[in-house]
Design a protein around this ligand. Structure first.
Ligand code: HGA
Length: 607
């Protein structure tokens, strides 16, 4: 979602701001802007569209202090007038998040004579700070006072033309970190934006306010208490966020899956058995009396949770519920303190998942586990146990390697739960570990299908709808395939458990409706084959991803691609790969913006 970059340094920081925004482009945005404290006061440049356009528009701008932003609109349509920074008098503000009490603040500030020129909630912050500066001329203090009035989630950065050389930032709910450089201080929504100037990062806590100058930073809490925050040396490699030989980040990330899985599973590399400690020192203690699992997640992460439900119940014999985080947080549920609450999120900052986790804790559910790709994220920090997937930075909005590494983590959880519950023999454990060890190689083999899938994708160019079918633990894989196709090719796609076809969706099937089926050689194959016959009998065209050893004849109207031999319980991890490739190539054929699909954003940090 929105990206923030801010800098206070000894020389011109405009190139740093622009380069930082480019690194945050992957988060998704609709407009961009920057403001600096120039010789004549605040100089602001904004543009609807790409950061490259902003860069061109800001070519003549130069100053040592400034703030910059990519906006993903929540309040007010994407247009230049609503793009950040927003200004009031001598100050300029960029904001990530939502100010929930903006309507009452807007009324109050309008009554005080402030004129609103945008439809955003953000503009209230600009006027509020400007107003508070009348009584409290120090920018740091004025922002501190303003934050006490804001309700909602935010990360903000503020500059004041009367106090050049200074940026004040604060966070509550939305991500923000500081970068400590040799000749300047910086802030950004994530570390990738600041690697160009420093590796020394300080992660702000909710309620922190920081002042950045060329000489360094100081941090206080909202109530005025000074705090020290540790400096982390980021290990993120700059190459990890470069495109390299690939056309798109999504393609790169699909092909990085063998490595991402190998890194994530390194923990079982030489091991003969898996210990609860991989989820944290407290895990053995905390998991021993768990009688149920509740998984909270959104989007693709919810699909990994749904797949894990099949594993947890079949292998570990523990009952499992998967809830969409935005639903769970607002419904009245029956808390069970012995339930393990698992929050899954690539970024670890997904607003709905974080709020759902907090909600569960407020109900007395303290057995919590985070499965995230970002170690310092809020969800990780706020959970009792954690497993950090090692997918590396995921830039493409459509999640791929984060999904398969989440699945690997959830499979490890299944094995640990099975052991804790005495449901796993040594021989079974050894066999699963062996399969996990070979998983990267198996994924590699599936990736070799790319050119055949590309040929299939061409047939999707004129299609407006598609149906995805799966059964059992591959039903969530069908859901994920449909989501991928929707997200990046804008083809309307639905997924159904294949047995459900005859209860409604079969009415949609005709020659114009491609039906994509996940057909592993498992215990449900014969049932699935009957469902495929039902489609053929109605003239539907079938695209079947079958295992090499699955007996499905390829007849007229039935296109078939063969994966390697059936991979047992871990087969969903293999079967999602061709669906990712299919949506990627369908999007290429349709000419959509693969890495930045319309209306969508990475790291969904607003509700
Ligand atoms: N509410 C602000 C910022 C939106 C945002 O953080 N998106 O990720 C706006 O609409 O401009």
């Amino acid at each position: 979602m929105c990206g923030i970059v801010a800098a206070a340094a000894g020389s011109n920081i405009v190139p740093v701001l622009v380069e930082g925004l480019k690194k945050l482009e992957y988060r998704g945005y609709d407009s961009a802007g920057l403001a600096v404290v120039g010789a004549t006061g605040i100089e602001r440049v904004r543009s609807v569209g790409r950061v490259a356009e902003l860069e061109a528009a800001a070519a003549g701008t130069s100053a040592p202090t400034g703030i910059a932003h990519t906006r993903w609109a929540t309040h007010g349509v994407p247009c230049e007038r609503n793009a950040h920074p927003h200004v009031s008098g001598g100050i300029a503000v960029v904001h990530n998040g939502i100010i929930e009490n903006y309507e009452s603040l807007r009324r109050e500030l309008t009554d005080l004579g402030y004129e609103f020129t945008s439809d955003t909630d953000t503009e209230t912050i600009a006027h509020l700070v400007e107003h508070l500066l009348r009584a409290e001329p120090d920018l740091f203090r004025a922002v501190q006072l303003a934050c006490r009035r804001l309700v909602g989630a935010y990360a903000i950065a503020v500059i004041d033309q009367r106090q050049p050389g200074k940026v004040v930032v604060s966070r509550e709910g939305s991500p923000l970190l500081l970068g400590l450089g040799d000749t300047g201080s910086y802030a950004a929504s994530d570390a990738s934006a600041l690697l160009q100037v420093t590796r020394n990062m300080v992660y702000l806590e909710n309620g922190d306010i920081a002042e950045l100058t060329a000489a360094g930073v100081r941090i206080e809490r909202r109530d005025g208490k000074p705090v020290e925050r540790p400096v982390h040396v980021s290990e993120l490699s700059a190459a990890a966020v470069e495109l390299g030989q690939y056309r798109h980040y999504m393609q790169k990330e699909i092909f990085e899956q063998p490595e991402a899985l190998a890194n994530t599973l390194e923990i079982v590399g030489g091991a003969k058995s898996i210990q609860p400690g991989i989820f944290g020192a407290e895990a053995a203690n905390l998991l021993h009396d768990v009688d149920q699992v509740l998984i909270l997640a959104c989007g693709t992460s919810a699909h990994s949770g749904m797949t894990a439900r099949y594993w947890l119940e079949a292998i570990a014999g523990v009952s499992c519920t998967v809830e969409i985080a935005s639903e769970y947080r607002y419904r009245t549920s029956v808390p069970d303190p012995r339930q393990l609450v698992v929050a899954i999120s690539q970024s670890g900052e997904t607003a709905d998942t974080l709020a759902a986790l907090r909600h569960a804790k407020s109900l007395g559910q303290h057995k919590t586990l985070a499965i995230c790709n970002v170690p310092e994220s809020a969800i990780v920090r706020e959970s009792a146990l954690r497993f950090i997937t090692r997918a590396g930075p995921e830039i493409g909005v459509a999640s791929t390697k984060a999904f398969t590494t989440q699945l690997a983590a959830l499979f490890l959880l299944t094995l640990v739960m099975a052991k804790v519950r005495d449901r796993l023999s040594e021989a079974e454990e050894a066999a699963y570990i062996d399969q996990l060890r070979h998983l990267p190689v198996a994924v590699n083999k599936v990736l070799t299908l790319e050119s055949e899938i590309e040929a299939w994708a061409r047939r999707f160019a004129d299609k407006h709808h598609a149906l995805f079918l799966g059964r059992g633990r591959h039903y969530p894989i069908a859901l994920e395939g449909a989501l991928k196709l929707k997200e990046i090719s804008y083809i309307h796609a639905e997924a159904y458990p294949a047995g459900e076809l005859k209860h409604g969706p079969l009415a949609l099937v005709d020659a114009q409706m491609p039906v994509i089926s996940v057909a592993p050689n498992d215990e449900l194959l014969e049932k699935l084959k009957s469902n495929l016959q039902e489609v053929r009998a109605r003239g539907g065209e079938l695209y079947v991803f079958a295992d090499a050893d699955a007996e499905i004849p390829s007849t007229e109207g039935v296109h078939m691609l063969r994966l390697p031999e059936h991979y047992g319980q871990l087969s969903p991890i293999l079967h999602v790969i061709p669906l990712q490739l299919l949506s990627y190539h369908a999007a290429l054929v349709k000419g959509t913006d693969v890495d930045k699909p319309r209306n969508l954003a990475k790291s969904v940090t607003v509700e």
